[in-house]
Design a protein around this ligand. Structure first.
Ligand SMILES: Cc1ncc(COP(=O)(O)O)c(C=O)c1O
Length: 399
């Protein structure tokens, strides 16, 4: 991560195609497009690469999760289980459609703790949403078993994990629906964009309509199209899709660099006895977008993070004290600070958050350091960085 570090001629060429035709919208204007359908083309290439039947591009990863939930028929009063370590978008998407996010603990995979998931299932639960944070996954085999045992949908938020696999299947294609983000800091970026993938034809059709104000996209007269149900505008533009198309074609190039850089740093850190690495469930292969490791206790992790910063090691996060990806500091969610009134059901459904105990998650997040793996580093830079990281960690541990 992130793909923008390596923008080049391929991205420029795709964007130029669109600008020369002047058609920035994915639908219609057939006679003006010079044959360019960048969004459609990108969807076809995603299907092929991920061995999946359908994909629906959209304006962001947040839209992708919202659309996946809506296409599943999840709504008012329903509950969706998500992990405490995620991006706030998972929570936002669920409340956007009127459902209740049930936030549960994580474990040493830094994703859903299976025991906490099972305990949280009620008669209102409609879906489990694993979030493949920082390029790796939860125990998907057990989550699949749980979702079929309780007749729940499995919706994967793979926004941070493009390229990771589980039992040989791309993350995002294991559950009923999978969501990816192509925002500016993702491994594959198109500025702002996202995609939902599924093998379910009915879901795919609903995604297609819902994404574009409910239009059924039959015929070539937009004004004459029917609206089988209410939709919104979550469309991607052709300009964004053009960048995404060029980036997606480079996915192996990016993943190989990520893996190389990750491996150099991991090999160096591995020599330190007092650290352990995030657990990757059996059958899982990370996307190598981040390297995550644990120190013995929270204080040591804080000191290591501080030492990294003062020694020029950027892009490493200690999420316990960070407002970005962890429930602990999301007071706006706990206090339900909404611009507009929420339904009584939703307010009551969220009230558990005020005093829910996340000490199990704190135990893992508090000891974790999460280091972004960049694509633009030279090998010399990575080796130097790894050496500095080892020195910082040893100094803190031995102090
Ligand atoms: C796990 C996760 N889900 C959803 C999103 C939302 O994606 P976007 O920024 O494209 O809306 C992100 C973005 O960072 C994310 O990390």
């Amino acid at each position: 991560m992130p793909g923008f570090e390596l923008f080049g001629d391929a991205e420029r060429k795709e964007v130029t195609d669109v600008l020369e035709s002047g058609v920035l919208m994915r639908y219609g204007f057939d006679s003006l497009r010079n044959g360019h359908y960048k969004a459609k083309q990108l969807e076809l290439e995603i299907n092929k690469r991920f061995n999946i039947n359908y994909s629906q591009l959209c304006s962001s990863g947040t839209s992708a999760v919202t659309m996946a939930l809506a296409a599943s028929g999840i709504g008012s009063g329903d509950e969706v289980i998500i992990p405490s370590f995620t991006f706030v978008a998972s929570f936002e998407a669920i409340i956007m459609i009127g459902a209740i996010p049930v936030v549960v603990d994580i474990d040493d995979t830094l994703t859903l703790d299976i025991e906490s998931v099972e305990k949280a299932i009620t008669s209102k639960t409609k879906a489990i949403m694993p979030v493949h944070m920082c390029g790796s996954m939860a125990d998907m085999r057990t989550l699949k078993e749980l979702s079929s045992k309780y007749s729940l949908l499995l919706i994967e938020d793979a926004c941070q994990a493009i390229g990771g696999t589980y039992d040989g299947m791309p993350l995002g294609t294991i559950g009923d629906l999978g969501c990816f983000s192509f925002d500016f800091v993702k491994t594959i970026t198109c500025g702002e964009g996202g995609v939902v993938v599924t093998n379910n034809k009915e879901f795919a059709l609903k995604l297609d309509y819902f994404n574009d104000h409910g239009h059924d996209h039959i015929g070539n007269n937009r004004g004459a199209e029917s609206h089988p149900f209410i939709g919104y505008n979550f469309r991607i533009s052709e300009l964004n899709a053009a960048v995404g198309l060029a980036q997606f074609r480079r996915i192996d190039e990016f993943l190989n660099i990520q893996k190389l850089n990750y491996t150099i740093i991991r090999d160096a850190l591995q020599k330190i006895e007092d650290i352990s690495f995030r657990k990757v469930p059996f059958g899982g292969v990370e996307s190598y977008a981040f390297l995550n490791f644990f120190l013995d206790d929270i204080e040591t992790a804080k000191q290591v993070h501080k030492s990294f910063l003062s020694n020029g090691i950027d892009s490493c996060f200690h999420y316990l004290d960070n407002n970005w990806h962890y429930i602990r500091k999301w007071d706006h969610l706990k206090q339900i600070k909404s611009l507009y009134p929420f339904s009584e059901d939703l307010i009551n459904g969220l009230s558990y958050l005020k005093d829910k105990d996340f000490s199990k998650s704190d135990y893992f997040i508090g000891r974790n350091i999460s280091c972004l793996i960049k694509l633009s580093w030279s090998e010399e830079e990575v080796r130097k960085r790894a050496k500095t990281m080892v020195r910082c960690i040893r100094e803190v541990i031995n102090s």
